[in-house]
Design a binder for this molecule. Structure first.
Ligand SMILES: [Zn+2]
Length: 179
């Protein structure tokens, strides 16, 4: 089963985006091959295309998380990529049910990223779009789907952010109590 937030996972391959030196996990074409479980390493040009697409996806969902309209060129770029990616036309059995069968024979970055593109399209056009959040730690920038019942989740899954904020609040509180 393809997770609905696969596109957010891909966007989060770069994180600590609010810091001067974000953490980049896709540094070379081989990293993209590992992430997409591809047997062939994409070319440098395809890698560049994939990173460009990742940033497009990040901006689209970041805008959504902030309640701002996305830049029209980002939607255009996503549409262009979806048009070039293999069509979603067959299902196959997977361990947990079914998954879309990607025709990855072309081995292009767009074929590798087809499930990411489909996930982005489904999330943008689906009922959970208003559950897309960006971590409340401005240095973090992590995107996630808020599955909580109340829909008030503010922090990413990295324990660092929420805990850090809590620790800071606690610190300030105890400071005030000391004063
Ligand atoms: Zn965070």
């Amino acid at each position: 089963m393809t997770r609905p937030d696969l596109c957010l996972d891909f966007a989060n391959t770069r994180y600590w985006r609010g810091q001067s030196a974000p953490t980049e996990t896709l540094n070379a074409p081989a990293d993209l091959a590992t992430w997409t479980k591809a047997s062939k390493i994409p070319s440098a040009k395809e890698f560049e295309q994939a990173i460009g697409l990742r940033e497009t996806i990040y901006r689209l969902f970041d805008a959504q998380a902030q309640g701002k309209p996305a830049a029209p060129r980002d939607l255009e770029a996503l549409n262009a990529a979806m048009a070039q990616a293999p069509a979603r036309k067959a299902l196959k059995r997977s361990r947990s049910g079914y998954e879309w069968d990607v025709d990855a024979r072309s081995g292009t970055a767009l074929a590798l990223l087809a499930p990411v593109l489909w996930s982005a399209g489904d999330l943008l056009a689906g009922p959970r779009l208003d559950r897309v959040r960006r971590c409340a730690n401005p240095e973090c920038g992590w995107l996630f789907l808020d599955d909580s019942r109340a829909g008030k989740r503010r922090w990413c899954s990295m324990s660092s952010c929420g805990n850090r904020a809590k620790a800071r609040r606690h610190y300030h509180k105890s400071k005030e109590e000391d004063a």
